[in-house]
Design a protein around this ligand. Structure first.
Ligand code: SF4
Ligand code: SF4
Length: 114
């Protein structure tokens, strides 16, 4: 009896890409596939190629795949935050802009609650 073939395609209906993988850097080790708690990825059937993001809408933006990736510091992968999570704020006195994850964020707000 012949085995049925199974095909996997990236979800084309939701073009959102929660993680951007640089195919020039990624070695296809699939550590990110293993660690993802939400099973966003599947391994690429072509050995050595980046994993396929099959369920982008399932991503929690937890960052586990970035922390697990041995080549993250070399630019293998990065999170592609949705617009609503790209919060930033501005200090009125100086005009400085701040956002999450920046190395020198402003001090915490210690004003009393009103
Ligand atoms: S950020 Fe978290 S949920 Fe999203 S793909 Fe990476 S490990 Fe999976
Ligand atoms: S862990 Fe990094 S190098 Fe390995 S497959 Fe994922 S993105 Fe590519």
């Amino acid at each position: 009896m012949t085995q049925p073939k199974v095909y996997a395609q990236p979800n084309l209906i939701t073009p959102n890409r929660p993680v951007i993988i640089d195919p020039e850097v990624c070695t296809g080790c699939n550590l990110c596939v293993e660690i993802c708690p939400s099973d966003v990825y599947i391994p690429n059937p072509q050995k050595g190629k980046p994993p396929i993001i099959l369920y982008p809408e399932e991503c929690w933006y937890c960052g586990c795949c970035l922390m697990e990736c041995p080549l993250h510091d070399k630019g293998a992968n990065k999170l592609n935050w949705p617009l609503m999570q790209r919060m930033r704020w501005k200090r009125k006195e100086t005009g400085e802009h701040f956002r999450f994850g920046m190395p020198n964020p402003p001090p915490p707000n210690k004003r009393p609650m009103v």
